[in-house]
Design a protein around this ligand. Structure first.
Ligand code: F6R
Length: 243
């Protein structure tokens, strides 16, 4: 795993976008798995600007969903689906055939998980996964104490995810379960970028990077990946001893 620290959120986002762009320029039909959430928002805006000026063509890429809130409709502005549509798929002009997200309204979520695992296998695996980190150290919805042997699965969200998740919704929303790719997927992707910014993430980043590698802190698992790249701004890195 490699650690890069940037002076601020803008520089971090430019470099995260550059990593994705470099891959897509090299492999236009790359399989990408990109997180929703506040952290990667600017990264995606920068990718969209690039697509708008026809400097990079993302239309041949395959997009795999990382996670979704169970029971939340794709049209709900707080869903990961809505976020990805608004921030990536529409601006990058991605056609529906290239997009594979969990149907979190499905009556058979186990089947959703199996179908996602099969699809990833059939696509030849994920080339690049971009993840954020939750305030409890989750990756996707791999909550603390998840097994690293899990592929896609349904989880009970812990209290932190249930309450922090409210920030994405216009009104108070019951968030009890999530559906997510697993840490086993993360360990099998060709490259993983973990990005974090702001002082609010500094404690969790310290635990993830300088504590034990453990399922209690899912973000620590990125250290097991040879092609793991952790990209932080100075605020998120502020508590680290080894920089
Ligand atoms: C979203 C996701 C989550 C977020 C994490 C950080 O698809 O997988 O794990 O990456 O909760 O969220 P932000 O970036 O909003 O701080």
């Amino acid at each position: 795993m490699q650690l890069n620290i940037y002076k601020d959120y803008d520089t971090l986002s430019q470099n995260a976008a550059a990593e994705i762009i470099e891959l897509v320029n090299f492999k236009p039909n790359a399989v990408l798995c990109l997180a929703a959430g506040d952290t990667p928002r600017l990264t995606y805006t920068l990718m969209a600007e690039r697509a708008k000026h026809k400097k990079t063509d993302f239309t041949r890429c395959t997009f795999i969903g990382l996670d979704e809130w169970v029971g939340i409709a794709p049209g709900n502005e707080g869903s990961c689906h809505f976020f990805l549509q608004t921030n990536i798929f529409k601006p990058l002009d991605i056609s529906p055939e290239q997009i594979h997200l969990f149907n979190a309204l499905s009556e058979d979520l186990i089947q959703e998980c199996e179908a996602m695992d099969k699809l990833i296998f059939e696509k030849g695996g994920i080339d690049l996964m971009l993840v954020g980190v939750g305030m409890n150290g989750h990756i996707g919805f791999n909550e603390p104490r998840v097994s690293i042997d899990n592929y896609s699965h349904v989880v009970n969200l812990d209290d932190v995810s249930q309450s922090v998740g409210q920030k994405y919704f216009k009104q108070a929303t019951t968030l009890k379960k999530g559906i997510t790719l697993g840490l086993k997927h993360l360990l099998e992707v060709r490259k993983v970028l973990l990005i974090a910014n702001g002082f609010k993430k500094s404690e969790v980043i310290k635990k993830a990077l300088e504590g034990e590698i453990s399922e209690d802190m899912p973000a620590s698992v990125v250290r097991m990946h040879e092609q793991g790249l952790v990209m932080l701004d100075e605020e998120a890195a502020s508590l680290l001893e080894k920089k």
